[in-house]
Write a protein that binds this ligand. Structure first.
Ligand SMILES: Cc1cc2nc3c(=O)[nH]c(=O)nc-3n(C[C@H](O)[C@H](O)[C@H](O)COP(=O)(O)OP(=O)(O)OC[C@H]3O[C@@H](n4cnc5c(N)ncnc54)[C@H](O)[C@@H]3O)c2cc1C
Length: 375
C-alpha cells in the first residue's frame, strides 16, 4: 500500500538532498530539544528553505500547494521539523505579500542565497491565543526607528531561526479586528545577530520535542524603520494571511497520520496479523481516515479565492483525526507501544500539539464560524 502524498516537484527535491534519511536517523533524539546542526545545515543547503520564493530573488518559484506537499513529506519523517518549515514558509508568504520592494529583496534574498530561517513570535506569557493582549512594546525613536522590549514564549525555531517576525504593541489606534490581532499592533523583522535579542531557553514540551519551541526576549532592541513589516490594520490581516493561501498545519497532521498508519501496517506485518480480518479492517478504517485528512488538506490548497475557511478546517480536522489514528494505532500495538520511547507515543503527542498551536483548534472553530455568520 502506498500512503504517500500526491507527487510533485517536492519528492524529487527531497530525494536529491537526502534530508529525509537524515531526519529519520535522528528523529528519536530529542535530548537537545531541536534538530542537529547538521540537519539544519542540510535544510539550508538543500533548497527546501527557498522552495516558495520567487525566482527573481533566487528561489525555486514553487506554488503553495507544492510547499504544502513539502511540509507533509518533512512531517512524515519528523513533525517538529515540519512545523519549523511550516512557520518559515508562512513568514515568507507574509514578506511576499506585505513587504516593500526593498524588504522583499533584502529578506527573500537572505533566505534564498544565505539559507536564513524565519520564525514567528506572537505568543507571550499571559497573552491569549487571539493575540488581543500583547505587552511587547515598540516605541518610536526621535532619531528614527523603533525600540523593542518584551518577552515572547512558544516561539518555534527559537535559536534555530535567524530572523523573527515579532508582534508588538505600537500604540496606534486600538481596535479588535475580526477575532485575531489588533490594529494597535505591528510586526517587525528582528535579526537574531543584533544586540538586544536573546534566546532564553527551550520549553520542555510533551510533543514537538525537537521543534526548538522556546522563549525569546528583546531588551532595548533597535529596529530600523525599514524593519517594520506591518502596522495598524495590516497587522491582523498579515497574521492570518498564510491561511488565505491554503497553508495549513493540516499538512503537518497529514504527515503524522501517514507515519502512524505506516507503523500500524508494519507492526501487523511483523506479527503476521495482516492475514487477520479484524486487524485488516482496523487498517482499512485508519486508511480511510487518512484519506479524509488528505482530502481536506488538498482542497485547502486548491480552493478558489480566499482559502482561510478550508485551511482552518483542514487544520482542525487533520489534527484531531491524526490524534484518533495515533490512538487506534497505539491500541493495535498493545503493550509494545506503551514503552515511553515508542514512535507512536511521540506521534500522538505531536498530533496533540497541532491541536494547541497556530491558532488553537477552539479559535479556528471560532474564526471559521464567525465568517459563516458574517455571510
Ligand atoms: C507546539 C507549539 C508550538 C507553538 N509555536 C508558536 C510559534 O511559533 N509562535 C507563536 O507565537 N506561538 C506559538 N505557539 C502558541 C500557540 O499558537 C497559542 O497561541 C498559545 O499556546 C496560546 O494558546 P492557549 O490555548 O494557551 O491560549 P488561550 O486563548 O489562553 O486559551 C486557553 C484555553 O482556554 C480555553 N478558551 C479560551 N478562549 C476560548 C474561547 N473563546 N472558546 C473556547 N475556549 C476558549 C481553551 O480551552 C484554551 O485551550 C505554539 C504552541 C505550541 C503548543
Amino acid at each position: 500500500m502506498d500512503w504517500s502524498s500526491t507527487p510533485s516537484i517536492t519528492p524529487g527535491l527531497l530525494k536529491r538532498t537526502e534530508v529525509l534519511a537524515a531526519l529519520r536517523a535522528e528523529v528519536g533524539d530529542d535530548s537537545s530539544g531541536r534538530p542537529s546542526d547538521a540537519l539544519i545545515a542540510a535544510l539550508r543547503t538543500a533548497g527546501i528553505l527557498r522552495l516558495p520564493i520567487p525566482a527573481e530573488y533566487g528561489g525555486l518559484d514553487a506554488n503553495w500547494r507544492d510547499a504544502s506537499v513539502m511540509i507533509t513529506a518533512l512531517a512524515r519523517a519528523d513533525a517538529s521539523v515540519g512545523i519549523i518549515v511550516f512557520l518559515h514558509y508562512a513568514a515568507i508568504s507574509r514578506i511576499i505579500a506585505y513587504g516593500s520592494a526593498e524588504q522583499r529583496k533584502r529578506f527573500l534574498t537572505a533566505v534564498a542565497r544565505d539559507g536564513r530561517i524565519f520564525a514567528s513570535s506572537w505568543s507571550e506569557p499571559g497573552s491569549d491565543a487571539a493575540k488581543q493582549k500583547i505587552s511587547t512594546s515598540a516605541i518610536r525613536l526621535a532619531e528614527g526607528g523603533w525600540e523593542l522590549n518584551g518577552a515572547k514564549t512558544f516561539t518555534t525555531g527559537a535559536g534555530v531561526a535567524d530572523l523573527y517576525l515579532v508582534l508588538t504593541r505600537t500604540g496606534e489606534e486600538d481596535e479588535a479586528q475580526g477575532s485575531y490581532g489588533r490594529s494597535n499592533q505591528g510586526i517587525f523583522v528582528v535579526d537574531s545577530t543584533r544586540p538586544g535579542f536573546v534566546v532564553e531557553g527551550i520549553l520542555d514540551l510533551s510533543g514537538m520535542r525537537r521543534s526548538a519551541t522556546g522563549l525569546i526576549r528583546l531588551s532595548g532592541y533597535t529596529a530600523e524603520a525599514r524593519d517594520m513589516l506591518t502596522h495598524s490594520h495590516a497587522t491582523p490581516d498579515a497574521i492570518g494571511y498564510p491561511h488565505t493561501l491554503g497553508l495549513t498545519l493540516g499538512s503537518v497532521a497529514l504527515g503524522v497520520a501517514e507515519d502512524a498508519l505506516e507503523i500500524a501496517v508494519e507492526m501487523g506485518r511483523r506479527r503476521m496479523l495482516l492475514d487477520n480480518p479484524l486487524y485488516r479492517h482496523h487498517i482499512f478504517e485508519l486508511g480511510s481516515q487518512l484519506a479524509a485528512i488528505r482530502g481536506v488538506v488538498q482542497s485547502a490548497a486548491e480552493a478558489e479565492g480566499d482559502r482561510t475557511g478550508p485551511a482552518l478546517t483542514a487544520k482542525v480536522f487533520g489534527s484531531e483525526t491524526a490524534e484518533m489514528i495515533c490512538r487506534t494505532a497505539q491500541g493495535l500495538a498493545g503493550s509494545a507501544a506503551f514503552s515511553r520511547h515508542h514512535a507512536l507515543n511521540r506521534l500522538a503527542q505531536d498530533a496533540r500539539a497541532l491541536t494547541l498551536m497556530g491558532p488553537p483548534n477552539y479559535l479556528c472553530r471560532e474564526l471559521v464560524a464567525s465568517r459563516v455568520a458574517e455571510r
